[in-house]
Design a protein around this ligand. Structure first.
Ligand code: ADP
Ligand code: MG
Length: 231
């Protein structure tokens, strides 16, 4: 059984005149351990789709099911808790809190669950170690490079052992060398995550897309499967 199921998802935004239809009949299934890339021109609705999969925005038609739950049937509070527990986000901009250290930023997803424990701290440290920043635990974002900040945001996204990892142009602000390193790191952490997690990445980088198991293209409001690696 699939862990993420999008069925005939549509999204339109109201305007002064007629509604602006962004997505139409988008269907997609994933299971834990799988990863995929979504490509498409700017404005094609990639971020909108990721927001819907991430329960940050609701579809105007169709349905979303993550780990057997329809998140849009939950009330606001339950939805926030569900999202925090099940979904990790990596954005183009790192979205780190500048007054907090690297390890404190990684702990943020735990804060909603109550006071953090020594075990949480150990996990945050070991995640930073995994992304190559074990020696920069106490550094603030301003003391880190762009690539390092993105490493912290990847560690933060993994903190609650999410079933779904979403990344929206995660390498878009990086130079090519760092983009390649961060892209590969995302795939590595997803592939080694226990329990297994799904990874959906929106990217303009053909190199990053080529490293993923499946590639989809968002075009004319629809999601089209492009390739599947031979396994
Ligand atoms: P992409 O990430 O592929 O560049 P987006 O998903 O950000 O595309 O946006 C797709 C289209 O939806 C764009 O034309 C954008 O202007 C429009 N759009 C996105 N969010 C809103 C909104 N809240 N209200 C109205 N239009 C929106
Ligand atoms: Mg976008």
């Amino acid at each position: 059984m699939s862990d993420l199921v999008l069925t005939d998802v549509g999204k339109s935004f109201p305007t002064q005149t007629e509604p602006l239809q962004i997505l139409e009949n988008v269907s997609l299934e994933m299971t834990r351990g799988q990863n995929l890339a979504i490509l498409g021109p700017s404005g094609s609705g990639k971020s909108t789709l990721l927001q819907i999969a991430g329960t940050l925005d609701s579809p105007t038609s169709g349905s979303v099911e993550l780990c057997g739950t329809n998140p849009f049937e939950l009330d606001e509070r339950a939805l926030a808790a569900f999202r925090n527990k099940n979904i990790g986000f990596v954005f183009q901009d790192h979205h780190l809190l500048k007054q907090l250290s690297a390890v404190e930023n990684v702990l943020i997803p735990r804060l909603a669950e109550g006071p953090t424990t020594a075990q949480d701290m150990d996990r945050a440290k070991s995640l930073l170690d995994q992304v190559g920043l074990g020696h920069r635990l106490d550094h603030r974002p301003s003391e880190l490079s762009g690539g390092e900040r993105q490493r912290v945001s990847i560690a933060r996204a993994l903190m609650n052992q999410p079933s779904l990892l979403l990344a929206d142009e995660p390498t878009g602000n990086l130079d090519q060398a760092n983009a390649e390193l961060i892209g590969q790191l995302l795939i590595d952490v997803q592939q080694s995550a226990q329990p297994a997690t799904m990874l959906m990445v929106v990217t303009h980088s053909p190199a990053l897309a080529a490293g993923m198991q499946q590639t989809y293209q968002l075009k004319h409001r629809r999601l089209v499967k492009q390739t599947e690696s031979q396994e």
